[in-house]
Design a protein around this ligand. Sequence first.
Ligand SMILES: [Zn+2]
Length: 583
Amino acid sequence: MAFENDTELKELIRKSALLNAVSHDGKAQAGAMVGKILGERQDLRTKAKELSSIINTIVNEVNSLSIAEQKAIVEKNWPETQKKEKAEEKRLPPLPNADKYAQIVTRFSPNPDCVLHLGSARAIILSYEYARMYNGKFILRFEDTDPKVKRPSLIFYDSIRQDLKWLGCKVDEEYIQSDRLPIYYDYTERLIRDGNAYVCECPTEEFRRKIIVKEPCPCRSQSASESLEHWNLMLGGGYAEGQAVVRVKTDLENPNPAVRDWPALRLINTKKYPHPRVGSKYIVWPLYNLAAGLDDHLMGMTHIIRGKEHYTNMVRQKYMYEHLGWKYPEAIHYGRLKITGTFLSKSKIIQGVKEGIYTGFDDPRLGTFAALRKRGITAEAIKKMIIDVGTKSNDVTLSWENLYSYNRKILDATSNRYFFVPEPVELKVLQVPKTFQAKLALHPENPERGFRENTVTPKDADKEVNFWVSIKDAEAMEPEQIVRLMELFNIKIENKKNSSMTATFTSESYEDVRKIKVQLIQWIPKGEEFPCQVVMPDASVAEGFAESACKKLKPDAIIQFERFGFTRINEVNQKLIAYYAHK
Ligand SMILES: [Zn+2]
């Protein structure tokens, strides 16, 4: 038999058979191994028949051992392979007091004043995952009650819904706060009537001077009916913007002055600043703590999972809950999650898009979900990373490389391989003895996915074949050097000029050059090239040629350009346009 003496191959098969056996109750499956071996020994592609016979022999030997014997051999020789299988997927810690509630209810509550970015990932994924973990309910609530400063925009309601869908976070109920103003008015009236809130007409500075020394402003001592009168005056347009606010009473002794008698509703001139959904219909608008605080109770929230910067808001809202005789939901405040080098400020994103600095909200330089999606960063990778970070209250800083490594693990198994030659230069190979048919697996470990085929036919007396290779590879080559064109044949560099190189064929088998560790480079036969642009994370563009099999790719496919990186296909027309994910 052809490789009777190939001890290295036999060892490889034996290892593969033993690993396969221990994960299949002691019985290795020969069929599953052929592809795996071919993935590691691409030189055996044409000898699959002989290979499967030698695999059968070794599998029979391995299967005759007991599973205990197999495990002992594996543990002794390849302990690293076993740890990996034992590593369990990380799960979130249980929610506090989950058993006290008939159904767990969580929410994600964005202001639709911008697209979502990585900075929101933690709030979304933790809230959603907990709802799912307890078979509960996940609510999306648009907090769009600031038509003046943090002005919502209609396009963002939809982009947020799309982002959640992409993240796989299915929304069970959706609310929009600008639809709920009459509800907020009702509860405000109740708070005022019960003497727990009042209309304050003091200029902000004057109020602040008093409250900082724990002194009430004169409006606080008004009777409930006086305050109600002023409240109705607010609703009826009797005050101009800035002339009155509703304040919720708190303990004036609260150590944090920012908590004392916090503002709950204010006036906005919606003739001048119309709301994108309800126009100028309302002039009294709730501030964050009133609207969010009421809604959390009214929507049956059991657990609020949010950043620790919201801790003071909880302190404020608890006064209102007490006034209304409600119980505050369980609250989990996690630390800040920073991604180094990411630009996450909403206002800078919006400004940059408006000024044309960015091509759009999906510009590859941005950390928006739209940009990540465009580059082929998967929702699954983001989810895994967030779950691994968990709900810790300390700040966590991650790098892009952290996210890439989660993504790489997912894409490595799923992405098909192709050749891309950036900045192509010509390579002329002489003395090619015959026609070669290169059969390149779309995925080395899964030959069942198929192949791309390239036929290379020598022409003329010199038996010449012309290729494109990348300038970077060309620059690294020296005359006399042996190089292997990946999965094709080996060549020797003869001479090198600026934009072209000449080489001669030396041999076909990888075995001939494996020992001397030659460089394997990707190539494209001249005439088979497909123009390709890869948009990089810094928005620069890598120009080059992709192999012709790429013409069949569909937009949204995520592939790996060998020795270049993972990319997501954006467009397949006269040329291929792809976005770069990472190495
Ligand atoms: Zn006042």
